[in-house]
Ligand binder design. Structure first.
Ligand code: ADP
Length: 444
């Protein structure tokens, strides 16, 4: 940028110099022309006077510096010329100034030399005997004037260029330096930058956005780190159990009658681990917002029916009744994520329940708002845990969760899937009485 400012400033200086030069040359040319014409006229008058009195002797004796004097008789024949031999000279009657002088007493004209570098000014005056005295002087054209003045002009030009170079450099530095030294903090208060306020406002807005993004990024990074640590931890304990029992069997240290119990333990730990890995994969998918997230028109009740059907054997196994009351409820969503929401909520309602307990699922569509309610009369969630159960790996009672095959990820999957649907989750739970979780999706 400083280069551009510098170049522009320098160009302006150069343009100004050239225009001033051209203008002054023009004016100078005009002025000298006027002065020369006046002088020529006066000198012609004097010469005419002299010739009238002294005739040829007078002209021959005349000391002429820049002037050329020609004496022409009334027929146009040249009687005398201060620069050429009269013999070879053509008749001068056709010359404008001579013709005018013969007619009006005085004549003036000007002609360019063949090289165009000089202009000749003529002035002629008629004498009493009808002959004409003519004086001429050369006037430099602008080109000639310029060539004559070339040396001093070049020196001035060099000076101007040097000065404008320095000035341009200073101006460029003056504009660019404050920008380079700009403290990005406290920009708003600094009065030095009044002229670039829109730019500052933009920088400020971007800075705020960047800070927000940074905080967001750090938060995500923190969650990711914690998640990885938790995952390793969660996987370690079943692996320990599995390898412990397997080792006993391998080394022949397990009694015959214990082998099947140990195998059962290995099996259930493997099952839990598989379940855990599945949940982790699902959560990672949700985190990364992978493909398969396309929303389509679907029916909340239909999906609830499928989830309930899949969970029925598990509920029976636990002696818990599972019942769905629903009506058709069309909505826009990702079917497999909605299935995950219902499945996990119902799975929890069965898991954290007691034999003989119940789980009720209601699907309704009041005012077109798809609403899912999963309520149970299970163990409930103490108030102080209610805010945190949607966090990854958060469990109210870790050993209880493990005992019932929990991974600690079910509700985070629910929360994440709900977020993708811009759905709202509300929880109402009383320890010892039961839990009710309501999910409301945006209306179609
Ligand atoms: P988990 O795999 O341990 O069930 P979740 O994320 O699904 O993990 O649930 C987190 C915790 O919330 C559970 O460990 C449990 O303590 C509590 N919880 C979830 N649903 C219920 C419920 N319906 N009744 C009682 N407690 C629940």
């Amino acid at each position: 940028m400083s280069k551009r400012i510098f170049r522009a400033t320098w160009m302006v200086a150069l343009a100004v110099f050239v225009s001033v030069l051209a203008l002054s040359m023009g004016l100078m040319y005009q002025y000298t022309g006027k002065v020369l014409s006046a002088r020529l006229k006066a000198e012609t008058d004097l010469a005419a006077h002299g010739v009238e009195r002294g005739g040829l002797d007078f002209v021959q004796d005349l000391e002429l510096a820049d002037y050329r004097i020609t004496w022409i008789d009334s027929e146009g024949n040249v009687l005398y010329d201060s620069q050429s031999d009269t013999q070879g000279m053509e008749n001068h009657l056709e010359r404008q100034e001579v013709r005018d002088a013969m007619g009006k007493g005085i004549g003036e004209s000007s002609r360019y030399s063949t090289t165009m570098t000089t202009k000749l000014l003529y002035c002629a005056r008629r004498l009493e005997d009808g002959s004409v005295v003519r004086l001429s002087i050369s006037h430099y054209t602008t080109v000639r004037l310029f060539l004559n003045l070339l040396q001093p002009l070049l020196m001035v030009a060099l000076g101007v260029l040097a000065v404008s170079f320095l000035v341009a450099r200073r101006i460029a530095a003056k504009i660019v330096n404050p920008l380079n030294n700009m403290e990005l903090e406290n920009l708003q208060e600094n009065e030095d930058y009044r002229e670039i306020r829109p730019l500052i406002n933009r920088i400020n807005a971007q800075q705020t956005q960047l800070r927000k993004d940074q905080v967001e990024l750090e938060k995500t990074e923190q969650i990711r780190r914690e998640f990885t640590a938790n995952v390793s931890h969660e996987l370690k304990s079943p692996l320990h159990t599995i390898s412990g029992y397997a080792e006993l069997i391998k080394d022949g240290l397990a009694r015959e009658e214990d082998v099947s119990t140990f195998a059962e333990k290995i099996y259930s730990e493997t099952y839990r681990m598989t379940h855990l890995v599945e949940d982790i994969i699902e959560l990672t998918r949700l985190d990364e917002g992978e493909e398969n997230m396309e929303k389509t028109e679907t029916d909340l009740n239909q999906i609830a029916e499928n989830a309930v059907e899949a969970l029925m054997p598990f509920a029976k196994e636990n002696g818990v009744s599972l019942e769905l009351q629903g009506e058709t409820c069309p909505m826009q969503g990702v079917p497999h994520l909605i299935y995950g929401i219902i499945y996990n909520l119902c799975d929890n309602a069965v898991k954290y329940n007691t034999r003989g307990g119940w789980v009720n699922i209601t699907v309704s569509c009041p005012g077109g708002v798809p609403t899912l309610i999963v309520s149970d009369n299970g163990i409930g969630i103490p108030e102080e845990h209610q805010d945190r159960i949607f966090e990854r790996f958060y469990r109210v009672d870790k050993s209880h969760s493990k005992a019932v095959g929990g991974t600690g990820l079910g509700l985070s999957i629910v929360k994440h899937s709900a977020m993708i649907h811009e759905a709202n989750i509300s929880l109402h739970s009383v320890p010892g009485e039961g839990t009710e979780i309501t999910v409301t999706f945006p209306a179609l």
